[in-house]
Structures are given as structure tokens and as C-alpha cells.
Design a binder for this molecule. Structure first.
Ligand code: NAD
Length: 271
């Protein structure tokens, strides 16, 4: 497994497991099989209402805390300075951890003052070593500019929707120029990612279409956090380090872009 370094030198594996919609009764076995398949990074959020189950499942692994990386995200309703600090404490309790590896602002919304205050709270948590990596999610360059103007610490990551239909061809290089690591959510387009182009490339490498899409992400130094409860797919989604796509294959996948999202557009989404 290869790692990526954030600008503060903390490292994170290129492949992690998303746990959105993983139900309480499934979580223990999902995390157990993911760990056995080599996953060390687990991505949750206050909004998923499964921090407690993830915390319990990680404890059950009975491995040193430093072996695992846990990401959570501050819900929009919990943004603002005091509310961020308070809800972070609750997240730590639910996750049964003393610190979180990565903390993200889940959605930017359209309130610059709220964004700036939330980031101040993130900086405090970072300085108190309660969080190892502070970052963003669904931020456009315009939203990032608010933090660049008002913050003291530069964001380390930005988790955005990225798959062959929404390639983020401008945002990703812009983030990388700013030393902000891009992380792809819904890298498999929530299971709806098939196209003839991808199937043909998969046949050539004797890989599955999912492996091609994930490989396409990591070749641009984008972290992926595909979700799967199925141990066979969990393993499949990890087996992407033994082949390399050609420039023209990458271009063919890029050309599938339509801009279609599976969720809200952060340019207008406000709540
Ligand atoms: P995803 O793109 O990871 O797709 C998950 C779906 O793909 C599941 O239905 C699964 O059965 C299927 N799948 C998994 N492996 C497969 C394989 N090898 N072959 C075929 N199908 C396969 O979708 P997601 O869960 O929405 O996104 C991944 C993670 O990103 C989430 O779990 C969550 O942690 C995070 N996320 C973040 C945000 C955000 O706003 N920051 C939004 C959505 C999701």
C-alpha cells in the first residue's frame, strides 16, 4: 500500500474504506474484514450517525490505536466555533478515541463567517494535538479562499466527489498546487460507474471495472475511500497497485466527464 503525505508530513494510505450507510449491526464484521484485507483508514461523519458503531468495531479489532486512521466530519448543524468544539468532543466519545486522524468541514455552505469560525476551531483542535490532519470537504476554490484569507493554518485536504462522470479536472490540479491533498468520495459513483470504455480497459489488464476506476484516481495522487461491506470487493478494491494505465487510457476515462453529480453542487448547496 502506498501512502500520501499531507503538508504537515502526516501520511495516509491511498485507499481507505468509506462507511457511509453501513448499519450498526453490520459494522463489526465490515471493519473486521476490511482490516484483514489491509484497510487502516476508515471514513465516517457526524452526519452518518455511525460514529458509535465504528468506534466499537475499531475497539474490537484490539490493535494499537496508532495502526488505525479515523476521519470524521463536522456536520453543518454543528458548524461555528463553539458548536464545532462541542460536537468534536462528542465525536471523540462516540468513536472511543483521544484524537482523530483527520477532521473535515463536511460542506462549506454559503456563509463565509461561519466557515471562518469553524476553521478557527479546527486550528485550535490541531494545535492541541487532538486532530492530526485538518481539512475540508466539498469546498470550491471560492470557499477555500475564505480560509486562506482568515485562517492561520492551511487546509491539508479536500474531500470531493470524483469519478469518471465528474472528473474535477480544474479543481484537482489547483488543490495540488496549493498542497491540499484531494480525496475522492463516491469514487465508484455509488456502484453506478460502468461504461464500455472502462469495461474494455478492464479486459486488457484482467482487472474489474471498479479496479480501473480506482486506479485512475490514485494515478493522479487522489486518495480513494470506496465503500463495500463485501469482503471480496473490499479485497478487489485494494488490488490496484500492480498495473499502470497508459496516458491514452487516462484520457479516455477523462473524456467520460459529463459533470453529473450523485449529490448536491457545493456552488449552490446551502444548509
Ligand atoms: P462509492 O462510490 O464508494 O460506491 C459504493 C457502492 O459501490 C456500494 O453500493 C458498493 O456495493 C459498490 N461497490 C463497492 N466496491 C465495488 C466493486 N469492487 N465492484 C462493484 N461495485 C462495488 O460511494 P459512497 O459510499 O457514496 O462514497 C464512498 C465514501 O465517501 C462514503 O462511504 C463516505 O465515507 C464518503 N462520502 C463523503 C461525502 C462527502 O460529502 N464528503 C459524500 C458521500 C460519501
Amino acid at each position: 500500500m502506498q501512502n500520501i503525505k499531507f503538508h504537515n508530513n502526516v501520511e495516509m494510505p491511498l485507499v481507505g474504506l468509506g462507511v457511509y450507510k453501513i448499519e450498526d449491526e453490520m459494522m463489526d464484521q465490515v471493519i473486521e474484514s476490511a482490516y484483514a484485507n489491509g484497510y487502516r483508514h476508515f471514513d465516517t461523519a457526524q452526519m452518518y450517525h455511525n460514529e458509535k458503531s465504528l468506534g466499537r468495531a475499531c475497539k474490537r479489532l484490539n490493535v494499537p490505536r496508532e495502526e488505525l486512521l479515523i476521519t470524521t466530519k463536522i456536520d453543518n448543524l454543528n458548524q461555528g466555533y463553539e458548536k464545532t468544539l462541542k460536537s468534536f468532543k462528542q465525536s471523540c466519545q462516540d468513536l472511543q478515541v483521544d484524537y482523530v486522524d483527520q477532521l473535515l468541514i463536511h460542506w462549506p455552505g454559503q456563509n463565509p463567517q461561519r466557515t471562518a469560525e469553524t476553521w478557527k476551531a479546527f486550528e485550535k483542535l490541531y494545535e492541541e494535538r487532538l486532530v492530526r490532519v485538518i481539512g475540508l470537504s466539498n469546498f470550491t476554490l471560492k470557499h477555500i479562499a475564505i480560509i486562506e484569507k482568515t485562517g492561520n493554518i492551511k487546509p491539508m485536504s479536500n474531500q470531493i466527489e470524483r469519478n469518471p462522470l465528474i472528473t474535477q479536472s480544474e479543481l484537482i490540479p489547483a488543490l495540488q498546487t496549493k498542497n491540499i491533498v484531494p480525496i475522492a468520495w463516491a469514487p465508484l459513483r455509488r456502484g453506478n460507474f460502468l461504461s464500455d470504455v472502462i469495461i474494455k480497459i478492464a479486459e486488457k489488464y484482467n482487472k474489474t471495472p471498479a479496479q480501473i476506476v480506482l486506479r485512475w484516481n490514485i494515478e493522479s495522487n487522489v486518495i480513494v475511500i470506496p465503500r463495500s461491506k463485501n469482503p471480496i470487493r473490499q479485497s478487489e478494491n485494494m488490488e490496484i497497485f500492480d498495473f499502470e494505465l497508459t496516458e491514452s487510457e487516462i484520457e479516455a476515462i477523462n473524456a467520460l466527464h459529463t459533470g453529473e453529480r450523485t449529490s448536491f453542487d457545493p456552488v449552490t448547496f446551502d444548509f
